[in-house]
Design a protein around this ligand. Structure first.
Ligand code: HOZ
Length: 429
């Protein structure tokens, strides 16, 4: 048997990098086996070190919305790179991106560009605390908002792999102000505000959760949150790092018709390079340095090459019918996989919103963390590996959402469904 180049690279990587990866989900710890080391990507596909091609359903966890290596995005990056890589001084590109974000997301009047989703949520949190003079924050079990200390409590994504959703190394003192509630539980939210509403600086939520598989918030849940925050002077933060520009051009806030006070963005706005942002009303954003007392900074914030990739992506997603097609693609995949499972008698369902989807080895889609954890994860893992063998790369954990791009044609989706039909037929009863 020949050794896979992925195995060789993984063994080598583990000598110099903890666990062999630079972000835990990539290590395949949840599903077992060897991570695939990616060598190149194009459209809906990427190739691993053994030159095996996969239909890619993570799309860099969202950014590759127009498909990998889109010629216009690549050209924009190349052009920007020839003019210089980083200046540590402002550029007109940053103004253009800020103007575009403010135009596309009506709740945002002013925006600050940063380099990662973690920075965006962490800074939004600091701003909420600075603006209200309060310490307490509310988050929801299974929502992941990056790896800042006070947000790493009962979080989703990679932390769930280890069965310990709260990270070591976070002092109790740092998280004693973090209140963790159940996602989609309206009554618990009301009770919490009734007992301590005037001490709460902010509520932070993924309005479409993408880090405990895909879970949609109910309209009532988000509307209650909006009303309670307004009533008690707390800041409502929508973490749209994943769902922003993914579920609709105006993000989840457009889908639900609810305006947060602050929004965290990332992924799509960088088009595959590191750009993220947080923004809200001009009054709130004026509390940020250099105007206000809330400090935040970054050498690579608004990096010219990254902004060029993001702007080019933001232009492409505004083509007429873009989101109709993207939504239809994800819905076709979800319906086709559900039908294939049903034919094989496998308990399974799938759901989608815009270009995001969820796969569940349970009879119905989960509404919260506990329901998601009740799904059959062993069966997901078997399915994941069988699909990988078939050349289909889903997220390597049952705790992650999936993503389609504009380059996932009907033929690509149908190939995926045909592969799933073969896999479901082989799954042990
Ligand atoms: N937080 C990302 C998924 N929800 C994982 C990022 C990565 O491992 O690349």
């Amino acid at each position: 048997m020949t050794t896979s180049k992925n195995d060789t690279l993984f063994a080598r990587a583990q000598k110099t990098t903890p666990g062999g990866v630079n972000s835990p989900v990539r290590a395949f710890r949840s599903v077992g086996g060897t991570p695939r080391f990616i060598t190149r990507a194009e459209g809906p596909y990427f190739w691993d070190a053994d030159d095996k091609r996969y239909i890619d359903y993570i799309g860099s966890w969202g950014p590759a919305i127009v498909g990998h290596a889109h010629p216009e995005v690549v050209k924009a990056v190349q052009d920007a790179a020839t003019r210089g890589l980083s200046f540590g001084a402002p550029t007109e590109g940053e103004i253009l991106m800020a103007e575009e974000i403010c135009r596309l997301v009506p709740s945002i009047e002013q925006v600050r560009l940063v380099s990662s989703g973690t920075e965006a949520t962490m800074s939004a949190l600091r701003l909420a605390r600075g603006a209200t003079g309060r310490d307490k924050i509310v988050k929801f079990e299974g929502c992941y908002h990056g790896h800042a200390d006070s947000l790493l409590v009962k979080a989703g994504s990679g932390l769930l792999t280890f069965g310990n959703p709260t990270s070591a190394g976070v002092p109790e003192d740092f998280i004693k102000h973090t209140l963790v509630l159940d996602y989609n539980n309206v009554q618990q939210l009301q009770e919490t505000f009734a007992s301590m509403g005037d001490e709460i600086a902010c509520v932070i939520v993924e309005p479409v959760a993408g880090n405990m598989n895909l879970i949609k918030a109910s309209h009532e849940f988000l509307q209650t949150m909006r009303s309670l925050c307004t009533k008690h002077g707390a800041v409502l933060i929508f973490d749209e790092v994943m769902c922003g520009f993914r579920v609709a051009l105006g993000g989840a806030q457009q889908v639900y018709g609810i305006k947060p006070d602050l929004t965290a963005l990332g992924k799509v706005i960088g088009g595959g390079l590191p750009v993220a942002a947080f923004g809200g009303s001009a009054a709130l954003m004026s509390k940020m340095a250099p105007l206000g007392a809330v400090y935040q900074a970054g050498t690579l914030s608004g990096n010219p090459v990254a902004v060029a990739a993001g702007m080019s992506t933001l232009k492409l997603i505004q083509q007429p019918g873009f989101y109709d097609r993207l939504s239809a693609t994800a819905a076709r995949l979800a319906a086709g996989l559900s039908a294939a499972a049903k034919e094989a008698g496998v308990t399974f369902c799938a759901d989608s919103i815009g270009g995001m989807f969820g796969l569940y080895f349970s009879a119905t889609a989960p509404n919260n963390y506990a329901e998601m954890m009740a799904g059959d994860r062993a069966r997901f893992n078997t399915f994941f590996h069988a699909m990988l063998d078939e050349g289909v790369y889903f997220a390597p954990a049952a705790f992650e959402a999936g993503f389609v791009s504009a380059q996932h044609s009907d033929a690509v989706i149908d190939d995926t469904i045909a592969a799933a039909r073969r896999v479901f037929a082989r799954l042990p009863a």
